[in-house]
Design a protein around this ligand. Structure first.
Ligand code: ZN
Length: 267
């Protein structure tokens, strides 16, 4: 397992982490500058932020600064390491009006959708990373909720293990899973495409936007990272914190400095 205690060269910032600074929207261009100033080598931007800042300008900044992209959220761009898929739940549920109650049907549709996308992803050589989400999001955000389920889909669609599809391991979503270690071993290096870090707070006050800073919650992040790296994963550790009530209210400089410090001690 890599030693993160001396520097932050393997830290990537999921740009949602500082999408707000002091409660106000922070443009992606400023997020990039703040990361570059601190020697952060990789980011994972969100499509809405890229759209707001302009794809051409973002591409230019990423290239000028030699930034790497540990992922791209969510679902379609440049030289990202993988495209992270949050697969969806029951149609309409996110808007509070679920069209049906058949989660098995949703899962079949998700598998079919990924199969279709995979053909295109192979052509453009963009690996697809299925991110299993915590089961509390099964209705409205993603009906793939465990590593086991995500890997079943990978095995079905890519039995030859070509590297075209794999999983994004986000500790927030999978830390509780009794089969986590076993499934990380099943995934192996070729299916482990991304590693996302934050922490699970007790109590959690908001199911979506109360993620904790690493070290402030109950997830044994180094243990999980150890399992992932034992398989040969050597990519970035991407910090992804959505926090309307705490970190998004603070100045982004403070947030980034805290992320860097915690990345050395709690990841
Ligand atoms: Zn994630």
């Amino acid at each position: 397992m890599r030693d993160f205690s001396g520097d932050h060269r393997w830290l990537s910032i999921n740009t949602a982490t500082i999408r707000k600074s002091g409660g106000k929207d922070l443009p992606l261009t400023e997020i990039i500058e703040a990361c570059v100033q601190r020697g952060i080598r990789a980011i994972s931007p969100w499509r809405d932020q890229v759209a707001a800042a302009g794809l051409a300008e973002v591409s230019r900044l990423v290239r000028t600064h030699g930034l790497e992209l540990s992922g791209y959220c969510r679902g379609g761009m440049f030289n990202a390491k993988c495209l992270v898929l949050v697969v969806g739940g029951l149609p309409g549920a996110l808007q509070g009006k679920p069209e049906h109650k058949d989660i098995a049907l949703s899962r079949t549709q998700v598998r079919d959708g990924i199969a279709e996308l995979l053909d295109y992803a192979r052509q453009v050589r963009m690996p697809l990373a299925i991110e299993p989400l915590h089961p509390m999001y099964a209705a409205d955000r993603a009906c793939i909720n465990t590593m086991e389920h995500a890997l079943d889909v990978c095995d079905e669609l890519d039995p030859q293990r070509t590297g075209a599809i794999g999983v994004a391991v986000d500790v927030y979503h999978v830390w509780w899973d009794p089969k986590l270690r076993q499934q990380i071993e099943r995934a192996g290096k070729d299916r482990l495409l991304a590693f996302h870090a934050c922490d699970w707070l007790t109590p959690t006050t908001d199911l979506l936007n109360d993620r904790g800073m690493m070290g402030d919650g109950v997830i044994d992040i180094p243990r999980i990272r150890g399992w992932v790296e034992a398989q040969g994963f050597a990519g970035y550790s991407e910090v992804e914190i959505f926090s309307t009530g705490n970190w998004w209210l603070r100045p982004h400089d403070e947030v980034l400095d805290t992320v860097i410090a915690r990345h050395m001690t709690a990841v």
